[in-house]
Ligand binder design. Structure first.
Ligand code: FES
Ligand code: FES
Length: 176
């Protein structure tokens, strides 16, 4: 018998009725059409299907959708804003951190979870976070470089936002 699932995906609430055996990856890809989350194995061994659930990187093929009832999920489609790619996406492009791109959305989402928690990770911390993310075509060094570059870009963006906020506060425009 179908059961009700309420989830927020990329900021948008969804109410669905699904079979209890439905995996999270199936809900994302087949029910919501978010095919940026890839499914590459049947054995929970590639991490291509990684999404962020309440801030944690999760393999969406290894969890029942009903286990995330009431939670917030971010997929790769939720990163870009308007017409700008997210700094992590841009860093992967600029550092040649993918070739076929099949594993990339999973790598990017694991990076997002890492940098939200730890904005300045060491090379070893990046390796630990991406451990188990299989890539058949790109060197893992380039992926590690991309994550370090993404961390710098996110810091620069944060600094710029703080500067803008300070300038607005000083000019009194933000005051009500
Ligand atoms: S598709 Fe391989 S771990 Fe999820
Ligand atoms: S870029 Fe092809 S599998 Fe990783």
């Amino acid at each position: 018998m179908k059961q009700q699932l309420n989830i927020v995906v990329n900021g948008e609430p969804h109410e669905l009725f699904i079979e209890p055996k439905t995996l999270l990856v199936q809900v994302l890809r087949e029910h919501l059409g978010l095919t940026g989350t890839h499914q590459a194995c049947d054995s929970s061994s590639c991490a291509a299907c990684t999404v962020v659930v309440d801030g944690m990187a999760v393999k969406s093929c290894s969890i029942l959708a009903l286990q995330v009832n009431g939670r917030e999920i971010t997929t790769v489609e939720g990163l870009a804003q308007e017409k700008s790619l997210h700094p992590i996406q841009q860093a992967f492009i600029d550092n040649w951190a993918f070739q076929c791109g099949f594993c990339t959305s999973g790598q990017i989402m694991a990076t997002k979870a890492l940098l939200d928690e730890n904005p300045d990770p060491t090379r070893e911390e990046i390796q630990a976070q991406l451990d188990g993310h299989l890539c058949r075509c790109t060197g893992y060094n380039m992926i590690n470089e991309a994550v370090r570059d993404a961390a710098k870009r996110l810091k620069a963006r944060k600094d710029l936002e703080s500067q803008k906020w300070l300038q607005t506060a000083k000019s009194g425009k933000g005051a009500k």
